[in-house]
Design a protein around this ligand. Structure first.
Ligand SMILES: N[C@@H](CCC(=O)N[C@@H](CS)C(=O)NCC(=O)O)C(=O)O
Length: 216
């Protein structure tokens, strides 16, 4: 049995929850209130010295880094596959996923936003501008690719959701918290809506996690 150490609002945790749901893998859920620095506890740092969520605890040891977890799950539980079966297609899917996971997420992460506030006196409006700016840079490129490349289907690559959709949906949902304007991205919006209509994506949503606050 796996244990997922995560936080409802964390988009990197959301990515892993989607994959676990898609592959119908049961798991224990342990949550860490990031705003209370629970991920900086000695216990968690022992499990994951990065001090970032998620960590997937497997019977053979813990794995940190959401993309590494997703690829591990895909190797150990290959159905349904998160990556296509030819090398060029896999590279395309990974490159879309990396635009989000490696280019947007690291500079919009909680610790970066906290540092902007604490060290540079950034107010809420400036932090929001920062977040929106770095999303726009990559989302413009992703929209251009998805709307023009023949491999795009109902999902980022063909008609089945995979690694790129997982990263895209998690980022798009996170964007809502920072009121990122989305009108310029019709293809992204179409794919995100299509994926969110699926059970696996819906169940993995931040609002549907046990540590999410009650609505209202
Ligand atoms: N590259 C890592 C990033 C993990 C990460 O930054 N997680 C965020 C939540 S989405 C976190 O733990 N933030 C805590 C902090 O910034 O202090 C991954 O993909 O797992």
């Amino acid at each position: 049995m796996y244990t997922l150490h995560n936080y409802f609002r964390s988009s990197t945790s959301f990515r892993v929850r989607i994959a676990l749901e898609m592959k119908a893998i049961a798991y224990n859920n342990v949550s860490y209130a990031l705003l209370n620095d629970e991920h900086r506890s000695a216990f968690y740092l022992d499990l994951n010295p990065d001090g970032l969520v998620p960590t997937l605890e497997t019977p053979d040891g813990p794995i940190g880094q959401s993309l590494a977890i997703l690829e591990y799950l895909d190797e150990v539980h290959p159905n349904p596959a998160l990556l296509p079966d030819n090398a060029l297609a896999r590279a395309r899917v990974r490159s879309l996923a990396h635009s989000i996971a490696l280019d947007i997420h690291p500079i919009n992460n909680l610790r970066v936003l906290k540092y902007l506030r604490a060290e540079f006196g950034a107010e809420d409006a400036a932090v929001t501008r920062w977040f929106q700016h770095w999303v726009a840079g990559s989302f413009e490129a992703i929209e251009k690719r998805l709307s023009s490349e023949a491999a795009t289907g109902l999902c980022c690559h063909g008609d089945k959701p995979g690694l790129a959709d997982i990263c895209l949906v998690a980022q798009a949902v996170n964007n809502q918290r920072f009121s990122v304007p989305m009108d310029a991205y019709p293809t992204i919006n179409r794919i995100v809506s299509y994926c969110l209509a699926m059970d696996a994506f819906e169940k993995a949503l931040p609002a549907n996690q046990p540590d999410a606050p009650e609505p209202g």
